[in-house]
Design a protein around this ligand. Structure first.
Ligand SMILES: *Cc1c(COP(=O)(O)O)cnc(C)c1O
Length: 395
């Protein structure tokens, strides 16, 4: 018999992560997630939240969550197919479909669950999935669960996609599924959807855009498909309610066939408890706010333009950013981490993004804009970045 210590690897792995500087020290928020927040007792300007429209603390959204809990209780009770979908969830799905201009919508547990559950059902043996090389990890995991062949095209490169489509077509595969992020979370650039859709239409490929960072942000809040006026030409839109909507959950939008297929086949949907009523009540209110209070989306973009312009004037390279995700490219991992520490001391909470999330020489500090930030907040943050940038020698 082999003598085994069943758990020794846990401590060894943790030690190794710490030695390699890859261990996540998770900070604790001592306030709501909002532009001026409290982190571990310290007042900070929060520049690393996906709560783009500042709806997580919007009074109407919070009140709707409380009211839904009082009326419908704290938990859903079961997975929807066993014990029913809550009325609020169905109402939200109908409102979302109308808002996005699609036939039908489905609420899932999370954006991650959308990809892990749906992708393996859309393509299998004898099919090919073609992905952008910088797609989100949850897409990569969804693709890992299929028996389909995989191909990867160069980031946001519709010409390279065409090459991969031609290869797949030449093999006489049954189905071709093309998947891309809408907004790329590390660089803040936007997928070239018109060119992607055109190429896919030529080859009869299915188009799936994971628009988690575009929901609430692009297309007056309606997302990337609306931004590019591609309604009816993108077959699957995946989304998250945890970002621009300020609540929680995942969404699938598309044809009625797609949605009925999804809730009959997606294993994450079938096997995981439905959303709590509070989340659905809050999401209905958030959708209503996005439709009736356009100032939030407007402020978000105003802040985005201001911050990017000032950061460039100071001398920072903001890479490929086209959205409220604005990376300050530092390149060296150690300097990026050091800068994040310096600005945190000066009351700015922004996250260094280092290997393995990005390539070794592409470390950065990622600043994310929020509709609730004021010009004074942005100036204060920029001053901290400028100070830190000089201190570590990147300016
Ligand atoms: C955030 C994100 C997800 C995960 O969404 P959650 O609702 O947080 O699970 C999936 N895909 C992309 C592209 C994302 O940015």
């Amino acid at each position: 018999m082999v003598k085994r210590n069943p758990t020794a690897f846990l401590g060894e792995e943790v030690k190794s992560l710490k030695e390699k500087n890859l261990f996540w020290h998770v900070r604790v928020l001592d306030s709501a997630s909002k532009p001026r927040a409290i982190v571990e007792g310290k007042k900070v300007i929060l520049l690393n939240s996906n709560n783009y429209l500042n709806l997580a603390t919007h009074p109407k959204v919070v009140a709707a969550a409380v009211a839904a809990t009082q009326k419908w209780g704290a938990g859903a009770g079961a997975v929807p197919v066993i014990s029913g979908t809550n009325r609020l969830e169905r109402d939200f799905e109908e409102k979302l479909a109308k808002f996005k201009g699609v036939e039908s919508a489905l609420v899932c547990q999370t954006g991650f669950a959308v990809n892990a559950g749906l992708i393996p059902q859309l393509a299998g043996q004898g099919d090919v999935i073609i992905s952008d090389e910088l797609n989100h990890g949850s897409i990569i995991d969804g693709v890992r669960l299929t028996k389909a062949e995989r191909a990867v095209y160069k980031h946001a490169d519709a010409e390279d996609l065409r090459v991969k489509l031609k290869e797949a077509d030449g093999k006489g595969v049954r189905r071709i599924l093309v998947i891309t992020d809408g907004v790329f979370s590390m660089d803040g650039d936007i997928a070239p959807m018109p060119q992607i859709v055109e190429a896919c239409e030529e080859y009869g490929a299915m188009v799936f855009v994971d628009d988690c960072h575009g929901e609430g942000v692009l297309g007056k809040g309606r997302g990337i498909v609306s931004h590019f006026k591609l309604q009816g030409r993108v077959h699957v839109e995946g989304g998250s309610l945890g970002k621009g909507f300020g609540t929680f959950g995942g969404t699938i939008c598309g044809s009625r066939d797609l949605i009925e297929f999804a809730f009959n086949k997606s294993r994450t949907w079938l096997l995981s408890t439905a959303q709590p009523p509070s989340v659905m009540g809050a999401s209905i209110a958030a959708l209503d706010v996005i439709e009736t209070e356009p100032q939030h989306v407007e402020n978000l973009w105003k802040n985005t333009e201001y911050f990017k312009k000032r950061a460039n004037e100071i001398g920072f390279d903001t890479g490929m950013s086209q959205t409220p995700i604005i990376p300050l490219m530092i390149r060296d991992s150690g300097k990026a981490q050091e800068m994040a520490r310096i600005v945190f001391d000066r009351g700015v909470f922004a996250t260094p993004i280092v290997y393995p999330m990005v390539a070794q020489d592409k470390a950065r500090i990622r600043a994310q804009m929020n509709a609730g930030l004021t010009t004074e907040d942005l100036d204060e943050a920029l001053a901290a970045f400028e100070y830190a940038g000089r201190k570590v020698g990147v300016l």
